[in-house]
Structures are given as C-alpha cells and as structure tokens.
Design a protein around this ligand. Sequence first.
Ligand code: FE2
Length: 203
Amino acid sequence: MSMHLGRTTFGDIANQGNVLSRAAVMQWITDWVINPRLQLHMFQVGELMRCWASEKLNLSEADAWKWEMAGILHDADWDQWPDSHCRKIVEALEEKQIDPEIIRAIASHGHVHFGVEPETAMDKMLYAFDELSGFVHAYSLMRPGGYADMDVKGVKKRLKDKAFAAGVSREDIRDACERAQIELDELIQFIIPRQAAFTANQS
Ligand SMILES: [Fe+2]
C-alpha cells in the first residue's frame, strides 16, 4: 500500500502562526503514542529541532516552538496507525488549523514514502534529524557509558557497520545532509551533546 500523500500543499496560509500549547501537544502524544521508545524518539527530534532553530538560525522562542512542534509530532500516528502514517497526523493538524509550515515539514519527513520533497529549512532539518537522532540513540544504548564520551568518529564507525541498526537508512542520512547542505560530521557533532543532555533529563 502506498503511503504517498498524493499532494504537495498542506494546510492554509491563513493559519500561519497557529500553534498548539506545549500542554496540548503533550496530551496529544499521550493519547496517540503508546510505545515509550517512540515517544522518546519524537521528543528527541523535537529538542534537536528547537536547538537548531534557536542556536543556528537565531529564531524567536515562538518560531523555535514551531520547529519543536514539527519534531515532536512527526511520528504521532506511527504507533497506532502505521498504514496511515503521515496522512493521519497531517489531516489532524489541518483540521486543527495549524500553521502550514509545521504540516508541510511533517508531510515531507520521508519523501520516498510520502512523495513530498523537503523544501524549506524546517523540512530539511526534520528529515535530517529524524534518522540520525534515532541512530545516535541506538548507539548510546549499546555503549556501556551510554552517551558519555560519545564522539563523531564512533558514530561514523557504526554507520559503516551495515548490520548495526539496520533499519536506519544510511542513504536517507546521506541524502538529508546533501539537501540541507550540512556535513555529516557537523550534524553528528550537533546532535550528540544536545541529545545526551536532553535524554539524561528525561529519565
Ligand atoms: Fe521519526
């Protein structure tokens, strides 16, 4: 069954700036996502999106929250409705009249699956963080020290080991870096300390 969304425009421009409160997003995750590992992945990606928006792009707190919201909600329908993955969350956000930028980013986070090309900076970074964040976390779980002393070299070595976290598409990671015009090393270096700090605070 194709997961293609069959369209490339999302939401309504009139809804620009419409976001949910953090409490509403948390409630949504509680309602839709049962798997705690998936929940953690979504929050990790949200945190990386927030950090990128505020640290690299100097966006306001309000704009950084849009990035974070896209990061948190990108897999919201994956747990319970894998066959409608992406379509369900996109339609729910449209129904809630959420900012189209957020909806578009979510719709384009897997262009091979959903048929929507990442175009904006938000689109591209969500795509880039998605696979790599999950990969770095998987790597932390197999290290005795977790995130402690993790470095770029170690992550890249694991990336070359095709048997490790085989579900993570190396091709998507390469493609995402190219589209975002970021060196893989730089992206890994950005992820490690932020995801380490965030994950330590979660437990
Ligand atoms: Fe994801």
